[in-house]
Design a protein around this ligand. Sequence first.
Ligand code: PEP
Ligand code: MG
Length: 755
Amino acid sequence: MLETLRRIIQEVNAARDLNAALEVIVERVQRAMRAHVCSVYLYNDEREEYRFMATRGLNREAVGKIVIRASEGLVGLVGERAEPINLDHAPSHPRYLHIEEIGEDPYQSFLGVPIVNQRRVLGVLVVQQREARRYDESEEAFLITLSAQLAGVILHAHATGSLQDLERAGLATGHFDGAAGAPGVALGTAAVMYHQVAFDTIPDRDAGNVGHEEQRFLDAIVSTRNQIQDLKTRLSGLVPEQELALFEAYDRMLDESISGEVLEVIREGQWAEGALRRVIENHVAAFESMNDEYLRERGADVRDLGHRVLASLQESRHARVDFPTETILVADELTTTMLSEVPLTNLVGMVSVRGSRNSHAAIMAHSLGIPAVVGAEDLPIDLVEGTPLIVDGFQGTIISYPSKEQRAHYERIVEEEAALVEGLVEIRDEPSVTPDGHQVQLWVNTALMADAYRALDRGAQGVGLYRTEIPFMMKDRFPTEEEQRAIYREHLEAFAPNTVTMRTLDIGGDKMLPYFPIEEENPFLGWRGIRVTLDHPEFFLSQVRAMIRANEGVDADLRIMLPMISSVTEVDEALRLIQQCYREIVEEGVQVEMPDVGVMIEVPSAVYQAVDIIKRVDFLSVGSNDLVQYMLAVDRNNQRVASLFQDFHPSVLQALQQVVDAAHAEKKTIGICGEMAGNPASAALLMAMGYDVLSMNSPNVLLIKAMVRGFALGRAKALLERVMAMDNPHLIKNMVEQELRDAGLGRLLRTGGKP
Ligand code: PEP
Ligand code: MG
């Protein structure tokens, strides 16, 4: 059974579009279950009805024509209950609906299972039998398992199909949902970028110069052949002869089938990478659907061969330079390096198929002030190159081929946004003080010099978090102490004499250095942040030395901050190393002050030990992105659980209050540098809790300043008191937002909106 399941899923995955996928499903399920009938009904949320989409056994003429209201029939009942219905004599059930044209009169037994994705019913899969008999448990289990796997495939095929239809039809519109990555709205043209050597993210693209593409491909074949020869020579004598025969087979495949087919697709106007992907995928699918296990395994060989040719092709690929004037960067997984390839003057929006609101791609977008949608898993990335797109970073939606009305609607939002920012510019140099005289420091989070300049532009008074790993990611090896010193110095000079809080290298989790890969099953619970740098004191020492030396003669208020601390022993060890660096530097004759050292509170254990930690250091800063992730056990990158990532969760609020109290009891300062600090609603609560510093992405500084200047501390404290007695995150969020509206600050709660 498992094997049959696997095969069906593979075939469905390889289907061209939704209809082809549904045809495969009904055909294979009918056969596998020896059913007389197998049909699929798909649900339309807006119209609240099921459409008869594919069948084997019933009247195929009726496909696409019959609709059943959600409240009708056994199909409707399966959807309503979201659970299987297994009947030996369906016609006698009160919900049985007789539809003449569909031709189900002869069938007595009925088994319908819902096709569900993330609590949403997408459709119903039905098998029927002539004789009156109940399907047994194993048959029911088979259909349930299959339908659970099909949900994702159907969603994707739906999206792919609809975009293809749109392309054919010209200018109809498509909607794709993701999560709000960074606020704002952008109108532009999609430019797809992909990771090196990853077939599934290679887009279709126009060949441009066909002759040139052919030549690139032929060169790649020559170079792949040479590599295979080399490999064979190196391995001969080391592996059995029959294993080496694989290389002969590779050679033949390149010669006989693959090259000719790829060249044909290129001549039809497809660029070399796209043509190669199509041909390899077809071959892999053909092998993988074979019954013979040996032949099925050959699919993996073809894929491997394909990757080798692709790698050779990509060596010849120069960095992309042809970005549309209003580029919406689309990638399977956005990385900082990709961002660095697009001229910032062209970049208006970003879309990442993977990731969620709290992943670093979103944070980068946020800090650059670029609207972004992340976790847009249904966007058919290989088809969107060159497509006109609207990115709605408030709602987390993408619109392809927008209509005139949609364009007009979103252009209006862009104008309103600009007016809001414009309106806030007048408070740029005003103090961030509440109407009842309470001052809150509003600082910025930075990563690149571009952020620093933008931050200064918005009147930022200091840096609460400098993510030093980002400049590390832009390199192809570890930067030397001297290189780091120069980078840090620029930052310190830009803000002197104000505070610049430099965080020591925080890699691991979802932040990888291309030249220092860390492969783990559970990277967020693994070798991350301070754990890596304490295990590699040579990185830590050279970074800390670079930070301290960078301040020579600049005299900014440099502070050093430690990420991912989960116990005091890490603090003690890091402090010992920092003090060692400082002593050495002074002995070398450099005149600098010992920087303040602080700890990020991002792990629940650090909340409970905040009292012990603060006694050892000068300040604390809460990394709420990670703290929420670890407290609520919700992966900050996983779109599937994004709705559970709740800043207003009562446990989170209690932890945040506890940490402030611990710091203030020792008369030390405490800030917060997670995304919560840049959201007017959560920032109001943080201010009431007593946070001295709110550090955020620079595009939010004026927004938060407007909140602070319009919302009295007394009012915020009264609100906090009410909130702390509540137990439901949604109600808390609503209450805080309503209070801001009542205070006349509703315009700061930016949400955009669908037309
Ligand atoms: C955080 O975790 O809240 C934080 C500020 O650090 P990062 O987002 O870089 O992990
Ligand atoms: Mg963090």
